[in-house]
Ligand binder design. Structure first.
Ligand code: PLP
Length: 400
């Protein structure tokens, strides 16, 4: 029998790999709805949803119920793609029904970065080309392939050399798109940059990008890992720009709190992974049946409760309330917003004070002067109001 001798804080310090020198280190007891309950008895309002994951709040009863039902039936039975598993095939059909036409062949993964890895490989296989284009300031994940197309040198530098043949273009710049030519297998972009600082490009740029990719035969990959599943006010952000990609990648909110990702394309493009050689892209745990059951319930709740539309109400409530001279700009769409303070010190102080007063916020990976606001899509109006008042108080306290 394994016996623990250290308390959780010691275990966290001594045995858990840290990702920075100053983790938040809150000790979680449980989480429900928009609240996370801590071991020290405090509860905090979650305004970042585990970074755009808990769109239905924590532990939504329908998701938990679906998980329990599936756990009682079966867990993992076979590597991905060999057996017909109810939750997987039902979810694949349901996704095909909510995604834009033509995106109807689903390859499930476990995480977002793995979905992007699959998408990049698929694009190479389907086009027979190797050159990839991405955008400055983008974030696509931390495994080698995804990092290779992530447009921030400081994160790439320690791991060079990465994949060769990647070109970064300025984001939202139509004139730069002429660099996409017949050598390009794929262009990968977030429809709205998340970690780059919540940057919304123009409809014209999106249309020009789509047109250029079609013209030269490059596949357009939309990374909707953060923007997907209603967060920006429509089920997928691409709908708002009137553009359909050739491949879309999904994760985060998809699993309702369970690990799940996917890359989705047409049957013709996806078919290229089947042969030469067969099994040219496989995964053991992709599309785990419990995660798929959770995702199916999540998708149903998102649609039945019209949560993409609710994201737009959240946006109005936040924009109307957070009016303060230190707030230079609120960027983003729906419930994927960034409050730009253009001051890293002020941002750190506001985030810290909000946490002391029971509101969890954060910043984005590539920007330390922007406060990320991404609440659950079903956060109650009065709870959101309470949280916004805490933010306003913190802004008042720390603004010069
Ligand atoms: N792509 C985007 C746009 C993301 O925001 C993220 C994570 O933040 C990823 C990919 C990576 O997803 P994961 O952390 O599940 O690998």
């Amino acid at each position: 029998m394994l016996r623990n001798v250290q308390n959780p804080k010691q275990q966290f310090t001594n045995h858990l790999a840290w990702t920075s020198d100053d983790p938040i280190g809150l000790e979680v007891d449980r989480a429900a709805g928009s609240y996370i309950y801590l071991k020290d008895g405090r509860r905090i309002i979650d305004l970042i949803s585990g970074i755009a994951v808990s769109s239905l709040g924590h532990g939504h009863p329908r998701v938990v119920e679906a998980i329990k039902r599936q756990v009682d039936k079966h867990l993992h039975v076979m590597v991905y793609g060999e057996f017909i598993q109810g939750p997987q095939v039902r979810l694949a059909e349901a996704l095909s029904n909510v995604l834009p036409d033509g995106l109807d062949s689903v390859y499930f993964t476990m995480t977002g970065t793995e979905a992007n890895e699959g998408a990049l490989k698929l694009a190479k296989k389907a086009t027979g080309r190797s050159h990839m284009v991405s955008f400055e300031n983008s974030y696509h994940g931390d495994s080698h392939g995804s990092l290779s197309v992530t447009g921030r040198q400081v994160y790439r530098e320690p791991f060079l050399p990465l994949l060769p043949d990647v070109t970064f273009l300025p984001f939202n710049d139509i004139s730069a798109l002429s660099a996409i030519d017949e050598t390009v297998a794929c262009v990968i972009t977030e429809p709205i940059q998340g970690e780059g600082g919540i940057i919304v490009p123009s409809v014209e740029w999106h249309k020009a990008l789509r047109a250029r990719c079609t013209e030269v035969g490059a596949l357009l990959i939309f990374d909707e890992i953060q923007t997907g599943f209603g967060r920006t006010g429509s089920m997928f952000a691409c709908e708002q720009f009137g553009v359909t990609p050739d491949i879309i990648t999904l994760a985060k909110a998809m699993g309702g709190g369970m690990p799940l990702g996917a890359f989705v394309s047409s049957r013709t493009i996806m078919g290229t992974l089947r042969t030469n050689p067969p099994l040219s892209h496989v995964t053991t745990f992709g599309g785990h049946p419990v995660s798929c059951a959770a995702a199916l319930a999540t998708l149903e709740v998102l649609r039945q409760e019209a949560l993409p539309a609710r994201a737009l109400q959240i946006e109005s409530q936040i924009r109307d309330t957070l009016k303060h001279p230190s707030v230079r700009e609120i960027r983003g769409r729906g419930a994927m917003l960034g409050m730009d303070l253009r001051d890293a010190d002020l941002t750190a102080k506001v985030v810290a004070t909000c946490l002391e007063n029971g509101v969890l916020l954060g910043w984005t990976l590539h920007s330390n002067s922007l406060v990320r606001i991404a609440p659950p899509l079903n956060i109650e109006e009065d709870v959101l109001n309470m949280a916004l008042r805490v933010i306003l108080m913190a802004l008042k306290e720390h603004s010069k």
